[in-house]
Design a protein around this ligand. Structure first.
Ligand code: SF4
Ligand code: SF4
Length: 444
């Protein structure tokens, strides 16, 4: 690894991290928390796969400290390789007895790194800097994809076998695309949707960006489940992408801008709670106070915002869940999305809800809290490691003999569905809201 110890060159005797731009995002105390005990190593998927210390949480923290002190240069190819291979699953955070905020360290380090190539820079600019920043652009892209899938274009393309001959393994990549729910045009939601029966809470709902374009059916089920449980649902105008992908790739400035937009949009609703049904978005929104800690105008507002954010499973337990009356005769297992289990520490609530569905036999999956390999866009940029990790997951699902796998994150649902298809398994993958709504409808 290249070494450039700027503080040593300057004869600096103070902290080796003094002046590092990393300290704009995390504190020096957070950077120093790791005591190298190694208790996290056996929970790290990439360490399991490669056996290399530098692909373990402890090894990566060592490298991040080197980057912060200037001992390791930001363009060091080894540093890049080991940080890029990290799933960002944060399993190490849950395992760590010292409370190392690994996810924040990783995001702060990634913010210091330039894109690997001109192509990556261009892709980031188009997606993170443009598409995810402008709702109209995301709506247009979503419409284009639905037109491709539902308007007969996809069938025609498959008939020509064009994807098999074009470079870039497009046929393989297309297999990973989810089937957009609904028709070409999106189902519209009212701005205020009343609770069924007495109102227990007024909640503002994040429809999400990808979720809103591809999983409108899941959003509709979420709204129905909320109203059945006494929640009046409000749709914040001008809500934005949560900024999770931006944070994970180190694009902190865009992540902060999106956080400010959402704080403004959700505050205007006057709701009691802000509800999210995608774990990656929920985790990102619960991190807004950390993200905006140095923004004088938003730091306090961000803290108040975070105190109101709830995952769907959390709010249902909190308001007093009304179990469905319908029976679902199915063996059901649950995949803990990383940003649910490790990012938000939500574990019991979804299981508690599933177990209350009449007829359901709940079966726990081995390593249910291990990443499925989706990890944002990881399965696209690191397909080999993503497939290895996915292979462990599908093997564990097979062992459960489940009819239904519940995964409360669109990325996990897409990845696991793809893995099951490739593995020839028949289990259905559902969001928690879809499972609950199916049970409610069965009782009507
Ligand atoms: S985030 Fe996941 S892949 Fe990365 S070091 Fe931690 S456990 Fe390993
Ligand atoms: S991250 Fe935590 S568990 Fe892992 S080596 Fe450091 S202190 Fe130990």
């Amino acid at each position: 690894m290249k070494t450039v110890n700027k503080n040593a060159i300057a004869g600096e005797s103070l902290s080796p991290y003094k002046g590092s731009p990393i300290l704009d995002i995390i504190t020096e105390k957070q950077l120093r928390t790791c005591v190298h005990c190694g208790l996290c190593l056996s929970f790290c998927p990439t360490y399991k796969a490669t056996g290399l210390e530098m692909d373990s949480p402890r090894g990566r923290i060592y490298q991040i400290r080197g980057l912060a002190s200037g001992e390791i240069s930001a363009d060091d190819p080894d540093l890049r390789k080991h940080l890029d291979l990290c799933l960002g699953c944060r399993a190490c955070e849950t395992a760590c007895p010292s409370g190392v905020p690994y996810g924040s360290l990783l995001e702060a380090a990634r913010a210091q790194l330039e894109p690997n190539s001109k192509t990556e820079r261009a892709i980031r600019k188009v997606t993170l800097g443009f598409l995810f920043m402008r709702p109209w652009a995301m709506h247009s892209a979503g419409f284009g994809l639905r037109l491709y899938q539902k308007g007969g274009v996809q069938k025609a393309v498959h008939a020509t076998k064009l994807l098999n001959v074009l470079p870039g393994k497009l046929d393989e990549k297309e297999k990973m695309l989810p089937d957009a729910q609904g028709g070409i045009r999106k189902q519209k939601f009212d701005e205020i949707i009343p609770a069924k029966g007495a109102t227990k809470a007024r909640v503002a709902f994040l429809t999400g960006c990808i979720q809103d374009e591809l999983f409108r059916g899941t959003n509709a089920d979420t709204i129905n489940v909320l109203t059945r449980n006494g929640c009046q649902v409000l749709m914040p105008k001008n809500q934005a992408c949560c900024g999770a992908l931006h944070s994970h790739t180190g694009d902190i400035e865009h992540a902060r801008e999106l956080a400010r937009r959402n704080i403004m949009a959700f505050e205007q609703t006057g709701a009691d709670f802000y509800i999210v049904n995608a774990s990656g978005c929920g985790s990102a929104m619960k991190d807004y106070a950390h993200l905006l800690h140095s923004d004088a105008a938003y730091a306090e507002r961000a803290k108040k915002f975070v105190a109101k954010v709830r995952d769907l499973s959390e709010i249902l337990v909190e308001v007093g869940f009304v179990p469905p009356k319908g029976r679902l005769k199915a063996r059901v297992t649950y995949q803990d999305a990383c940003h649910m289990r490790h990012g938000q520490k939500i574990f019991e609530q979804p299981r508690k809800l599933i177990k209350q569905i009449p007829g359901v036999e709940f079966v726990e999956m081995k390593e249910s809290d291990w990443c499925c390999g989706s990890a944002g866009i990881y399965n696209v940029v690191q397909p080999e490691m993503a497939n290895e990790v996915l292979g462990w997951k599908t093997a564990n699902i097979r062992q459960t003999n489940a009819d239904i796998v519940v995964a409360s994150n669109p990325g996990c649902a897409i990845q696991i569905s793809y893995g099951l298809r490739e593995d020839g398994q028949k289990a259905e993958v559902l969001h928690l809201a879809e499972l609950l709504e199916r049970a409610y409808k069965a009782g009507e």
